[in-house]
Design a protein. Structure first.
Length: 216
């Protein structure tokens, strides 16, 4: 059975709720917004700062470091090498990503869990401390009209602008993922399972994913 389940999701697809139900069905810890406080404690950054900064487009410096390249901070003349610590001369959004990366790897090393968002699928695939055979990566999507309706009913979006807002949030999620991973958000080759949450509904989708995990 897979031990670590990562949930990537379109906005309004019900991914948070589905992930929480999957964790309950499998009786394992669930992490989503909890990662913000954990990352803040680990990094010294404030929870509000992390909350406001995550998913903002950045330079993707940490991806550059993972590739082993040097990075020159624009206008400073200072160069960060792969072995140098990520510190004050690192773009703030990259500091947030790095803090969350450390927490995600730490949680996965502790044992079975469900982790929602924050490029967890990519982060775990790049960590030498994690056996990728223990990880199932899931992407949850839904038709636009269903996402908009859910966003209005459950997230309080203004019906007049809800469709525009849903598209914008998904674009931000895609930009964040594509920047920090140089993979394509939602592309099927990066996931083990892609599920349309409107096909079965949220509860049945969670049951489907949990059963898939048990059978692997």
């Amino acid at each position: 059975m897979k031990k670590i389940i990562t949930i990537s999701r379109e906005y309004g697809s019900g991914g948070h709720s589905i992930g929480k139900m999957v964790a309950q069905l499998l009786d394992v810890p669930f992490y989503d917004k909890e990662l913000i406080d954990m990352s803040a404690k680990d990094s010294g950054l404030s929870p509000d700062f992390i909350r406001n900064t995550e998913q903002n487009l950045s330079s993707g410096l940490l991806y550059t470091l993972l590739l082993g390249a040097s990075y020159a901070a624009p206008g400073t003349g200072s160069v960060i090498t792969p072995n140098a610590p990520v510190g004050l001369n690192t773009p703030l959004a990259d500091q947030v990503f790095n803090a969350q990366r450390k927490v995600i790897i730490s949680l996965a090393k502790k044992g079975p869990c469900v982790i929602v968002g924050r490029c967890a699928d990519y982060i775990l695939s790049q960590s030498p401390d994690i056996n990728t055979d223990d990880v199932m990566n899931v992407f949850i999507y839904a038709p636009l009209k269903d996402k908009v309706q859910r966003a209005i009913e459950q997230k309080g979006l203004d019906p007049a602008t809800a469709e525009k807002d849903v598209k914008l949030i998904d674009k931000r999620r895609a930009n964040h993922y594509n920047t920090f991973t140089e993979q394509t958000w939602g592309k099927r080759c990066h996931y083990d399972l892609l599920v349309n949450s409107s096909l079965f509904g949220l509860e049945k989708t969670a049951e489907f994913i949990a059963e898939a995990v048990r059978r692997t």
